[in-house]
Write a protein that binds this ligand. Structure first.
Ligand code: UD1
Length: 363
């Protein structure tokens, strides 16, 4: 049996790791898997709930790294994961997505000459103001196997000089999880969702929430939208601390048709998303999930590393002109907004393809 270590660190990682663990087990592949949780996200609502709902096994190793500045967090991650790898010496390491844990663990492994597979490789926003873009570039530069979710990723990797034989267009593990959880989220929807039309909002990117003027504009635009369509706003810890710091909580509370909740579990979020008329977000995963579900998505970013969600899917990049949001919501409500289509290989089987390549390559 070949031993591989799979790394999960922050909220969006858990949805990407769960189907890979499940596929390796289901297919009976000759891989012994250990699971490392870095502790980048550690709250019950940011971490534990995903293990429960996605029926993931408990991590074999917990690095307990926690929050910090980019440098401090990344440094702690590298040191802690290196120590773990020196002890355990797996045949290979699998990292997913683009968070600080992804990059740091890839670096720790490659320095010990342990091969790295990157799931969700090749995505590029071409915007180095996004911390995740740096993480993507560095991770891909040191990885040996690249599992790609959409065609644009293959082109980006080839342009950066990655050998074609290391690139595998496998589809999207995030959609694997969505497909496997749709039935459970339907039960959830029956219980907790608002009755009638509503929009779903999630925002946490530094570019939207870390600057007082921008966050205030976002709150004002959401208040305007809510006059037309009630909103459910699930607030990330980063966003709630910024709202408090900038004195914007009362402004948000004044919009009576915006229902505010804390971070949601996977099922609750999926239940809200699938029944919503529109989602307003800066999340990467929600751009993909809404495309799969056919829900219109207004992406509060000037660019995306997931262009297929705009070219084929239901997303529109609103960019810096967020005053355009109420008009777009109006178009959605009156049925004149674009209709998306299916994305090739987003079929619930990406993790199986990944598992087979891993077993074939790392014997
Ligand atoms: C991280 C990822 C981002 C991802 C997002 C999803 C990086 C650079 N960013 O951003 O790509 O989209 O996760 O959530 O890796 N906090 C808690 N509880 C937790 C974790 C964090 O309250 O369990 C608070 C802390 O105050 C922390 C802040 O949230 O300082 C930000 O957490 P951090 O992991 O640094 O970045 P995110 O904004 O969550």
């Amino acid at each position: 049996m070949t031993t591989i270590d799979i790394v999960a660190g922050a909220r969006p990682n858990f949805m990407k790791v769960a189907p890979i663990l499940a596929a390796i087990e289901r297919l009976g592949l000759p891989l012994e898997v250990s699971l490392t949780h870095t502790g980048q996200h550690y709250d019950a609502v940011m971490s534990d709930v995903f293990f429960e709902q996605l029926r993931m096994r408990a991590p074999d190793t917990h690095l307990g790294v926690g929050s910090g500045s980019h440098g401090a967090q990344t440094g702690k991650l590298i040191a802690a994961y290196e120590e773990h790898l020196v002890r355990s010496r797996p045949r290979g390491v699998v990292v997913v997505g683009d968070v600080n844990s992804t990059m740091a663990c890839a670096l720790a492994a490659v320095k010990l000459r342990i091969p790295v597979a990157h799931v969700e490789a090749g995505l590029r926003s071409f915007d180095r103001d996004m911390p995740e873009e740096i993480n993507r570039i560095v991770t891909d530069a040191v990885s040996d196997l690249h599992f790609v979710s959409e065609e644009s990723g293959v082109k980006n990797l080839l342009r950066e000089g990655i050998s074609e034989k290391c690139i595998h267009l496998v589809g999207n593990v995030m959609i694997d999880t969505l497909v496997s959880q749709l039935a459970a989220s339907a039960d959830e929807a029956a219980g907790a969702n608002p009755v009638g039309d509503y929009g779903y909002v999630t925002l946490h990117r530094p570019s939207n929430v870390d600057e007082p003027g921008r966050l205030r504009e976002v709150v004002d635009v959401l208040s305007r939208v809510a006059e037309r369509l009630p909103l459910v706003f699930s607030i990330h810890p980063r966003t709630s601390s910024r709202l408090a710091e900038f004195g914007l909580e009362a402004r948000l509370q004044a919009a009576s048709r915006i229902r505010v909740t804390g971070p949601l579990g996977y099922r609750e979020s999926l239940a809200l998303l699938r029944s919503s008329r529109v989602v307003i977000t800066d999340s990467g995963g929600i751009q993909e999930e809404s495309t799969y579900l056919g829900v219109p998505c207004l992406t509060l970013r000037p660019n995306t590393e997931r262009p297929v969600t705009v070219e084929v899917g239901t997303s529109t990049l609103v960019g810096d002109d967020i005053a355009a949001v109420p008009g777009l919501v109006q178009a959605i409500m009156s049925g004149t907004y674009k209709v998306g289509g299916p994305v090739p290989l987003w079929d619930g089987r990406a993790a199986e393809r990944i598992g087979r390549v891993l077993a074939g390559t790392w014997q």
